[in-house]
Design a protein around this ligand. Structure first.
Ligand code: ATP
Ligand code: MG
Length: 206
């Protein structure tokens, strides 16, 4: 089982959106995915409540039970575990990074947002895990964004994932319906982006 932790100290960067979209992408690729929701707000678990499909499995767990939740996922045959976390959760972020093979750090593309990843970057460094910033809600036609973001996060020794997600209504609307963009708007631009992100991820944590 591969384990990916989705971390950012800042709120609203897209942790839950990316966790759920990657989990569904994995399912569609024939991989059994489990989302472990460590956020007391339980947004991922709430999404699952409104979802008709049985997969992916979403487990809400208190952070102190992370190890047991991961063990149960592995015993249950999961190929991929995605840990969704709360913002402002230093100790939990560190524990999630330690439990993961890879960390993804969703971040909006503004310079102030990019500079705010310092705390998350420190947790990742302490855990000694590979990590990538995933740019989210990138405006269309912003060709410099990826290069600018790379320069901004290089200070922390981090790189930016080559696939970024644009600001698209399908990401938000689909979750309201207990779906993800790949299901809500099959073949749409958001679905294409997520397929690209998942393909890249599969190569990095294979
Ligand atoms: N690429 C996107 N396009 C459009 N809306 C987006 C995108 N990514 C996230 N959103 C919206 O931004 C808001 C925050 O996203 P999300 O809940 O995934 O962030 P989060 O990091 O999990 O937040 P929290 O820190 O509160 O857990 C949500 O309303 C979501 O629908
Ligand atoms: Mg969230």
């Amino acid at each position: 089982m591969r384990t990916v932790a989705i971390l950012s100290q800042k709120g609203g960067t897209g942790k839950t959106t990316i966790s759920l979209h990657l989990a569904v992408a994995a399912q569609q690729a024939g991989q059994a995915a489990v989302v472990i929701d460590l956020d007391p707000q339980a947004s991922s678990a709430g999404w699952k409540d409104s979802r008709a499909a049985e997969e992916p499995v979403v487990v809400a767990a208190p952070p102190a039970r992370l190890r047991q939740a991961l063990q149960a996922a592995e015993t249950g045959g999961a190929d991929l575990a995605i840990i969704d976390t709360a913002p402002h959760s230093g100790d939990v972020a560190l524990a999630a990074a330690e439990a993961a093979d890879l960390v993804l750090i969703p971040c909006r593309p503004g310079i102030l947002d990019l500079r705010a990843i310092g705390t998350t970057a420190r947790a990742v460094k302490l855990a000694g895990k590979p990590a990538f910033v995933v740019l989210n809600t990138v405006p269309p036609r912003a060709s410099h964004v990826l290069a600018d973001a790379r320069a901004a996060v290089a200070v922390y020794g981090l790189d930016v994932a080559p696939v970024a997600l644009q600001q698209r209504a399908a990401y938000a609307h689909s979750l309201t319906a207990g779906q993800t963009a790949q299901e809500y708007e099959r073949g749409g631009k958001a679905a294409e982006e997520i397929a690209g992100l998942y393909d890249w991820l599969s190569g990095v944590v294979a």
